[in-house]
Design a protein around this ligand. Structure first.
Ligand code: TYM
Length: 332
């Protein structure tokens, strides 16, 4: 049976990179796969970031991340949605997989190298991060994983871990594949410094629940095509992050107006950004309104998560039992 799995870290407010890169696909796949589309707020993964050592904040952000996913259109009655730490089988499977994963493979992960490079003391959890991620996916025997391009390497490793397990202990897991949104493989940060990322701080992100005036303050000063020095110079919207964002937020007609206008110097960057703001407002306002309504009824959100945990465990428990027998743990 075909299953979808994905996870999102509660490390801060979700941004438009998370939304277009992954969350939109959660919603789309949820419509096709129903309860066999399984999504999870990965609070265990969040612990690999020492900034998460704030117990009240981690719990709050975990709940906020559930709200955000429901606000963009995930319906917990239709899909399976839960919090990772509430299903202990994730950690148990992770330990088993740790023993078939070479340290060398983990050390060559790009995200590990980037993050570890910025730390004086590297927590072991950061190295093990992709093994826990493999456990998340394989615990549900999922074959389809909607993610942004930055996770491709981790999914590749998950495939290798699945292959190794199957080879060592007998055919058990499918080899999952990543599903990307081709329009939003790697959304750039609004500050112009690489990928938009929660961990880079607010100057990099456009938050899904960010007030529009705050978004405009960032967008107004966002870098554009550096070759377009004067208003009268033609620009290239394909090398401009405002052009990239237009592809996500604007309808075909606006897109044509700004692309043709930029190339012919018929439109200035400020006007182009204002048109983008219109698209952003149209997209984000309904999401923000739904978020506000959900925040006014957090008991229902908690109830939905409790139900999600039951549904997830109903799938995870027998798979974990199969793994325990296959590796040879003495059963009671
Ligand atoms: P996280 O929380 O960093 O990001 C959540 C999702 O958003 C995508 N994403 C982006 N996509 C396009 N452009 C961007 N600028 C951008 N920034 C983030 C990410 O690719 C991700 O899909 N390791 C995962 C969490 C995880 C997971 C899993 C995912 C844990 N277990 C199992 C899939 C399956 C992560 O860091 O997500």
């Amino acid at each position: 049976m075909s299953r979808v799995f994905s996870g999102i870290q509660p490390t801060g407010e979700p941004h438009i990179g998370n939304y277009f890169g992954a969350m939109q696909n959660y919603v789309k796949l949820g419509q096709d796969y129903g309860k066999n589309s399984i999504y999870c707020v990965v609070d265990l993964h969040a612990l690999t970031n020492p900034n998460a050592f704030d117990p009240a904040l981690l719990a709050q952000r975990t709940l906020d991340m559930a709200v955000a996913n429901f606000a963009v259109g995930l319906d917990p009655a239709q899909v399976t949605f839960f919090v990772q730490s509430q299903v202990p089988e994730h950690q148990e499977l992770s330990w088993v997989l740790t023993n078939i994963t070479p340290v060398g493979e983990l050390e060559r992960m790009t995200q590990y190298k980037d993050k570890a490079g910025q730390l004086e003391s590297v927590p072991a959890g950061l190295l093990m991060y992709p093994v826990l991620m493999a456990a998340d996916i394989l615990l549900y025997k999922a074959d389809t994983v909607p993610v942004g391009e930055d996770q491709t390497q981790h999914i590749e490793l998950t495939r290798e871990i699945a292959r190794k397990f199957n080879h060592t202990f007998g055919e058990t897991f499918p080899e999952p594949r990543a599903v990307n949104n081709k329009q939003a493989l790697r959304i750039p940060g609004v500050d112009g410094h690489g990928k938009m990322s929660k961990s880079k701080g607010e100057q990099s992100t456009i938050g899904l629940f960010e007030p529009l005036d705050s978004i405009w303050a960032k967008l107004r000063v966002a870098p554009t095509d550096p070759a377009r020095v004067r208003r009268t110079d033609p620009g290239d919207p394909d090398v401009c992050l405002v052009g990239d964002y237009h592809k996500l937020f604007s309808d075909d007609q606006t897109l044509r107006t700004v692309y043709d206008g930029c190339r012919s110097a018929g439109i200035g960057c400020v006007d182009c950004k204002k048109l983008l703001m219109t698209g952003i407002e149209e997209h984000l306002s309904p999401i923000q309104a739904r978020g506000e309504a959900l925040r006014a009824d957090l008991d229902s959100v908690r109830d939905a998560l409790a139900q999600g945990t039951r549904e997830a465990r109903a799938i995870a428990a027998p798979v974990m039992e199969e793994v325990r027998s296959k590796v040879g743990f003495l059963r009671p």
